[in-house]
Design a protein around this ligand. Structure first.
Ligand SMILES: C[S@@+](CC[C@H](N)C(=O)[O-])C[C@H]1O[C@@H](n2cnc3c(N)ncnc32)[C@H](O)[C@@H]1O
Length: 316
C-alpha cells in the first residue's frame, strides 16, 4: 500500500489493523473490512487506514462502501498520497481523472526508490531508455548540446544518454528518486519539479526525453506544449507511452494509456510536424508484456547527419 507508514499511532487500533491484514491475507475480505472498521472507530483520523478499508471493501465487492472509505481518506489528506481518487475514478464506467495527484506519485516513488532498479530492470525487463535511444538513432540523432530528462527517476535514461549530450538535466517529483540519480554523478543539474506545472523559461534544449513517465502524467497537452516552447531550433522530443484504445485511459494499474491518435493530435496541435512512432514492449506487468510506443518528434525535419560533401541528410 502507498502512503504514510501504516500505523495509526493508536496501539489497539494498530493491533486491529494487523488482525484485519491477516484476514485479508486469507482473502476473508468481509471480515477484514469489519475488523478494520473497528480499528478506525478508535483512530477515525487515520487516512491510510481509511484507504486500506476501501481496498478491503473493494475486494469484498462492496463498491459503494469502498468509495465512501476512499472519500474519507481524501477528506483527511486532500493531497491524496494514496491515490484514493484514482480508485474512485476507476469505479466509474467512464473515468474522468486526467492526471495523477502529485502527492500520490511523489509518495509512490519516494517509497519505491531504493528498490526501483532491481525491480524494474531486474524483474520487469524494462526497456524504456534502450527503446528511446534506438528510436533517436533511427532518425539520425547523434548528439545534443543540451538535454533534459523529464521524470528522470534514478537516472536510467540519463545513463543511456550521457555520452551523447554535453549538458544533461533531470526533473523529477520524487526527492528519493532524485537522490538515487544524484549518486550516479551523470547529471549536470537535477531539480524537484512536477512536470504538470512546468513553466517555459529562457532555457532551450536540443533534446527533451521522458521514458515511462507520461503514464503518470495522463493528459499531455500541457507538458507537450511546454516542450514545444522549450526546444532549441531543430530540437527533438522523445518519449514512451503505453498503447491504449481510448484517447486517455486510466488503467487498473493506476497508470494511463494513450491512443496513437490522441498523442499525434496533441503533438500536431503543439506544432510538431515530423513525428515517428515505434511499437515496443516497455516492460512486464504481472508477467504480461506492456505494449507501448515510442515517439520522436520535431518541428523541423529530423536531421543531424551530414554526408561526405557536407550536405544535410534528412532522416524523416
Ligand atoms: C517509471 S519511472 C521512470 C524513471 C526514468 N525515466 C527511467 O526511465 O528509469 C517514472 C518517474 O516519473 C516521475 N514522475 C511521474 N509523474 C511525475 C510528475 N508529474 N512530475 C515529475 N516527475 C514525475 C516519477 O517520480 C518516477 O521517477
Amino acid at each position: 500500500m502507498v502512503g504514510t507508514p501504516f500505523s495509526s499511532g493508536h496501539p489497539l487500533a494498530d493491533r486491529r489493523a494487523d488482525f484485519a491484514a491477516t484476514m485479508a491475507a486469507g482473502a476473508a475480505w468481509v471480515d477484514a473490512a469489519e475488523v478494520m472498521s473497528s480499528a478506525l472507530e478508535l483512530a477515525p483520523d487515520w487516512a491510510a487506514g481509511w484507504y486500506q478499508l476501501g481496498d478491503y471493501f473493494e475486494s469484498a465487492c462492496d463498491a459503494e462502501a469502498a468509495a465512501t472509505a476512499w472519500r474519507k481518506a481524501i477528506e483527511l489528506e486532500p493531497g491524496d498520497p494514496f491515490g484514493a481518487g484514482l480508485k474512485i475514478d476507476l469505479q466509474r464506467a467512464v473515468p474522468v481523472v486526467e492526471t495523477m495527484p502529485t502527492a500520490f506519485v511523489e509518495t509512490l516513488f519516494d517509497q519505491y526508490a531504493p528498490r526501483f532498479e532491481a525491480s524494474l530492470v531486474g524483474k520487469l525487463d524494462y526497456t524504456g531508455p534502450d527503446v528511446i535511444m534506438r528510436a533517436l538513432t533511427e532518425v539520425g540523432f547523434e548528439r545534443a548540446s543540451s538535454a533534459i530528462d523529464l521524470g528522470c527517476g534514478t537516472g536510467l535514461m540519463g545513463e543511456a544518454l550521457r555520452e551523447r549530450c554535453d549538458w544533461l538535466g533531470g526533473y523529477d517529483v520524487s526527492q528519493e528518486m532524485l537522490k538515487q540519480a544524484a549518486r550516479k554523478g551523470i547529471y549536470d543539474f537535477l531539480g524537484k519539479q512536477d512536470l504538470c506545472a512546468l513553466e517555459v523559461s529562457d532555457l532551450r534544449y536540443d533534446l527533451i526525453v521522458a521514458a515511462d513517465v507520461f503514464i503518470y502524467v495522463g493528459a499531455l497537452e500541457r507538458v507537450i506544449g511546454w516542450a514545444a516552447n522549450s526546444l532549441a531550433p531543430r530540437g527533438q522530443v522523445a518519449f514512451t507511452v503505453e498503447r491504449g484504445e481510448a484517447p486517455l485511459e486510466l488503467r487498473e494499474s493506476r497508470r494511463f494509456a494513450h491512443s496513437e491518435e490522441y498523442v499525434l493530435g496533441v503533438l500536431r496541435n503543439a506544432g510538431f510536424k515530423y513525428i515517428t512512432l515505434t511499437d515496443c514492449v516497455l516492460r512486464k506487468d504481472r508477467g504480461v508484456d506492456v505494449k507501448a510506443f515510442c515517439v520522436v518528434a520535431s518541428m523541423e525535419p529530423l536531421v543531424s547527419r551530414f554526408d561526405r560533401d557536407g550536405g544535410e541528410v534528412v532522416a524523416a
